[in-house]
Write a protein that binds this ligand. Structure first.
Ligand code: COA
Length: 532
């Protein structure tokens, strides 16, 4: 029998405290998400609508299949910066004419849709996702090009946007540009580099330079329509493949293009009939304790996200601080690695390595559920080879070729974050729960280390040590690291693909797994040298 049982008691004080904390964190995140949804705010939204134009999210909604889900990604890009949250781009995965596509839409209400450093980071991440998962890219273009005040941060690296588009095309991944408005200068290469281009009568404007710049450069008198209007591009230059009468028409043409792409899923669809878990998703609010020093059993999470709560545990009696096992999720096979008591020891590392090898033998995607403070420290563990065993796990994670997805549930600290496939290890997707925290080590430990180092340094140099000042510095550092480890900060930096409501975990992972199966799922038997 591999159906998980549950001991979660929703009426216990622990479960209630967990749910209260989770709801508070969700409410804080909702406030920031609302800012992203508001885009440039009421004034610019009203002006945009007043021009008879649809907002970025409205365009996406019309583009997607009726009542199909949209997995919005990197919604909070730019959080904590001076820029509007969202990076002036709305992006995500959705169904267009029955095909899973990656949609990237400029938000013209935010600084004319100009690309700032966060827009660039987010757009590059979206291209990475499209390339790895072979998802067609649909760009909904309306942008003032580079954000001029920050051009030094975006101009040179921003060239990758155009290079990516043509590389996607080379890989046989279709790229489609629906041009809703301005697409000037560098932006002109968005349609220029796309396989399919749709422009809208008297609305799309695509030129390397607008009339004032042309006048300044060459003295030539020109107007926007003859320089870069849809009519001109459809009839004269040939840059537009389709001439749309209005926005709705452009979206209809976009959907028709996708329907004729003949883009097939290489590894899908799901192999088994999905079965709902035996426990309600709502319980997922009540599992992670507000104080992450207290452990929680990840099986309680697994029981609420996998099909039929059926989890075939691998090596349950060995290395029990890491739970590993096989399941189906929305009908897709997955191998799950989940931290149980936070710390990773040598046994856990060896178990993980073997499990990752097995997943590669059976071409099974891996799901990492993070709640780790890292690898165990101390003489006994160093002498027992914790470094070589941790390295073995990191080697396996680095070279594994089956798709990985990471979800940060609680702690994700130090090298444990790496071993559990943190962002730098190229998981296909990384999502965070509001309860997650991630940094090089816990804030208190980091502050203590900084304090000890400064004290030892003063002593070594025979300098007087300012205990009061050092304690103030320690408190300051602890506060700073605590704040930096929050999911909104990680999301702001585009270190994850989004913060998710724990109750949505199963469906988010289902969409991600389905998207992943658009590309082949192939394991490897080739790893780096394992130091045994
Ligand atoms: N960088 C930074 N800010 C920009 C910008 C850019 N590339 N393009 C527009 N903005 C700002 C405007 O300054 C304005 O800010 P404000 O309202 O705080 O004063 C806001 O975005 C809206 O611009 P506005 O011109 O009023 O909007 P619009 O919808 O009438 O026109 C554009 C939008 C994009 C057509 C127009 O702003 C434009 O031509 N921008 C410059 C395009 C360009 O040549 N870019 C070069 C890129 S390499």
């Amino acid at each position: 029998m591999t159906i998980l049982s549950s001991t979660l008691d929703l009426t216990s004080p622990e479960a209630q405290a967990a749910a209260t904390a989770m709801r508070e964190q969700l409410a804080e995140i909702d406030v920031e998400v609302a800012k992203a949804v508001a885009g440039g705010g009421d004034k610019y939204m009203a002006r945009h609508h007043g021009r008879g134009k649809l907002a970025a999210r409205e365009r996406i909604e019309l583009l997607l299949d009726l009542e199909s889900p949209f997995l919005e990604l990197a919604t909070l890009a730019g959080y904590g910066s001076d820029f509007t949250i969202g990076g002036s781009v709305v992006a995500g995965i959705g169904l267009v004419s029955g095909v899973e596509c990656l949609v990237v839409a400029n938000d013209p209400t935010v600084k004319g849709g100009a690309s700032n450093p966060w827009s660039l980071k987010k757009s590059l991440r979206m291209h990475e996702i499209a390339l790895a998962n072979r998802l067609p890219v649909i760009s909904l273009v309306e942008s003032g090009g580079a954000d001029l005040p920050t051009q030094k941060d975006i101009f040179i690296p921003g060239g990758a946007i155009f290079r990516n588009l043509t590389r996607l095309s080379k890989e046989g991944i279709p790229t489609i540009a629906l041009v809703f408005g301005n697409s000037t200068a560098g932006g002109a290469y968005l349609p220029g580099m796309s396989d399919h281009v749709v422009m809208i009568e008297e609305q799309s404007k695509v030129f390397l330079a607008g009339p004032p710049l042309v006048k300044a450069a060459t003295g030539e008198e020109s107007d926007e329509e003859s320089l870069g209007g849809a009519d001109m591009h459809a009839r004269v230059s040939g840059l537009a493949d389709h001439f749309a009468r209005d926005e709705q028409d452009a979206i209809r043409i976009g959907r028709d293009i996708v329907s004729r792409l003949n883009h097939r899923k290489a590894a899908g669809p799901a192999t088994a009939e999905p079965k709902p878990p035996r426990y309600p998703a709502g319980d997922l609010l009540s599992i992670v304790p507000p104080d992450l020093k207290s452990p929680f059993d990840p099986r309680e999470v697994i029981a609420r996200i996998v099909d039929d709560s059926d989890f075939d545990e691998f090596k349950p009696l060995y290395g029990s601080s890491l739970v590993t096992g096989w399941a189906q999720l929305h009908g897709f096979p997955v191998g799950i690695l989940a931290n149980a008591r936070g710390v990773l020891f040598s046994e856990e590392s060896q178990k993980a390595t073997q499990f990752i090898q097995l997943a590669n033998r059976s071409n099974t995607p891996l799901l990492f559920l993070h709640n780790t403070t890292g690898y165990m420290v101390g003489k006994e563990y160093e002498q027992g080879g914790i470094i070589k065993h941790g390295a073995m796990m990191i080697n396996a994670v680095s070279n594994s070729t089956v798709p990985h997805i990471s979800v940060l549930l609680g702690n994700s600290y130090g090298a444990g974050h790496y071993g559990m496939c943190g962002r730098a290890y190229d998981p296909r997707f990384v999502f965070t729960w509001p309860s997650a925290r991630s940094s090089v080590m816990g804030a208190q430990q980091l502050a203590d280390v900084a304090y000890s180092v400064s004290k030892a340094s003063a002593l070594a140099q025979d300098k007087p040590f300012d205990e009061e000042g050092a304690q103030a510095m320690r408190a300051f550092i602890e506060g700073k690291i605590t704040a930096e480890a929050l999911p909104m900060v990680l999301s702001g930096l585009v270190y994850d693909d989004g913060i998710i409501d724990p109750r949505d975990t199963r469906d988010v992972l289902g969409i991600a797994l389905s998207a992943i199966h658009t590309a082949p799922v192939e394991g490897t038997s080739s790893f780096g040298v394992f130091r045994m």
